[in-house]
Design a protein around this ligand. Sequence first.
Ligand code: ZN
Length: 260
Amino acid sequence: MGLLGKKQQCVVCGKELGIIKFRLAKDTYLCADCNLKVGNNVKYIDINTVDIDDLKEKVKQYDDKEKENMNKLSDFNVTKKVERFISIDENKKQWYTSSGATNINQIKIYNFSDVQNFELLEDGETVSKGGLGRAVAGGVLFGGVGAVVGGVTGAKKTNSICSKLQIKITVKDINNPIVYINLINSPTRKDSIIYKTVYNNAQEIMSILQLMTDENKDIQQEKVSTGSTADELKKYKDLLDSGAITEDEYNKVKSKLLGI
Ligand SMILES: [Zn+2]
C-alpha cells in the first residue's frame, strides 16, 4: 500500500487529519482541534523534543475541563440575561459572561457574592462605578446616554466615536481577579443606534451588578448581627454560671435577645 492510500491521523486523538494540521516530526501531525486544546502553541514546540504523552495529557485536561464546564452550564438555569453580555441564574445566585469567549472553557460561572467592584470604561476612562459599600455613581445614576458625557471623571466630551466600551469587574478569585464584559470592540459612532442600545445594556448590567453587591452587604450585616447576639448570650450565660444572675433573669434576657 502506497503512502497516498494511507490516511494520516492525529498523533494525539487519532482522528483523520483535515486541511489544517501541525507537523510535530516526520509523519507526525497534530490536528487543528488538538492544537487548540494544547494552547495553540505547537509552532513554538521544538519538533525534536516534542513529548507526545505530554500533549495527550494536556488534551485530556482540556477535555475534562470542557466536560465539567458543560455540566455546570447545563445546570445553570438562565432566568435573566442582557444580550450575550451577562447571563444570570437568580435562584442559584450565579452569573457568567460569554462576551469574548471563543470556546466553552473560557466561560466561568461566578456567584453573586464574588462581585467586589465594577466600573464602566469607555476608551479606558471610567464613566461610572459601583460595588461593595457604595452605590453606582456616575452615568447610571444620573440619567441616560446624554448625561454620561459629564460623568464622574468626565469622559472626553469632544470624542464622537467610541472604540471600546467594557465593564471591568473585580471578583473574589486570586488567580483571575478581573473579568471584562466587552460591549464595544470597534470604532462606533456615539450617535448611532448600536451605541445607544449597547449603552443601555451597560447601564442595566451595572444596576444588576450593584444589586448583587448590595445583597452581599445585607448578608454580611446579617452575619455581624447574628454574631453579636451570640456574644451577648454568652456573656449572660457566664453571669448565670458564676451566680451573678438567676436562671429566671437569664431566661428573660435570652428570649429578649433572640426575639422569642
Ligand atoms: Zn487531534
